[in-house]
Each structure stands twice: as structure tokens, then as C-alpha cells.
Write a protein that binds this ligand. Sequence first.
Ligand code: HEM
Length: 117
Amino acid sequence: MTHAHISTWAVALILFVVAIALQKSGKAKGAKIVSMVLRLFYILIVATGVLLLWNINLTGDYIVKGLMGIVVIGLMEMISVRTRKGKSTTVLWVIFAAAFAYVLYLGFSLDMGMNFF
Ligand code: HEM
């Protein structure tokens, strides 16, 4: 089950980078399509995450992990939208990098699936 969760956020990360790259290179239409698929993957990330939560005791660490996951998704969406509008995203990228690293750390240190930390 953690594999499905990892697959969904890994694909989302790739789509996120592709959408930003397309937008930056002026291919607004392509960026829009990729962004729409990306939003579908947000739903899949949350769905697989909630299914994982369902299978375990709802203790603090897992809830923090889930909430941080939602924050990361929110940041991806904010960066996409601000890039589309041509606004500055530097600060958001820094927060995104930190939040993403923290979610990876939490996910890989909690009991289920793989434990690198
Ligand atoms: C972009 C967003 C997210 C990323 C990058 C992410 C990343 C990860 C990673 C790396 C793991 C560990 C997998 C393993 O050990 O095999 C994991 C597990 C998990 N994730 Fe996420 N996740 C995200 C969003 C979410 C959301 C939105 C939720 C809940 C609503 C959630 C709930 C969980 C739960 C409950 C686990 C199992 C914890 C454990 O490893 O013991 N995740 N996630």
C-alpha cells in the first residue's frame, strides 16, 4: 500500500516540474493540461494517504505526516498558480523544499513501509 502512495507522489512531482517548465517556456496550453492531470494526482495522493491512515492507529505522528503532506500539495498548487501569473515564487520554493524534505523524513521514519531514517 505504501508503494501506491509513493508512486502517486512521485508521478505528481514529475508532473509538477513538467507543468512549471512548460509554463516558463511559454507553452501555456500544455502547462494547463499537465496542471489538470496534476490535480488528479493530488486527489490520489490524499486518497492513498488516507487509506494508509485507515490501516493504523491514528496517533500524533501519522496525523502530522498527513497534514504536512497536504501542506506540500498546497505549496505545489501555489507555486503553479503564481508561476502562471508571473509572480515571484522564490520564497515558496524554499518553503516547499523544506516541507517536502520533512514529509519524506516523516514518511520514511514512521513504522509502515520503508524506514530509511
Ligand atoms: C506530496 C505529498 C506527500 C509525500 C511526498 C508523501 C511521502 C510519503 C513517504 C515517503 C512515505 C513513506 C512510505 C514508506 O515508508 O514506504 C509516506 C507514508 C505515509 N503517508 Fe505520505 N506523502 C504525502 C502526502 C500524504 C497525505 C496527504 C497523507 C494523508 C492524508 C499521507 C499519509 C501517509 C501515511 C499515513 C503514511 C504511512 C506512514 C508510515 O510510513 O508509517 N501522505 N508518505
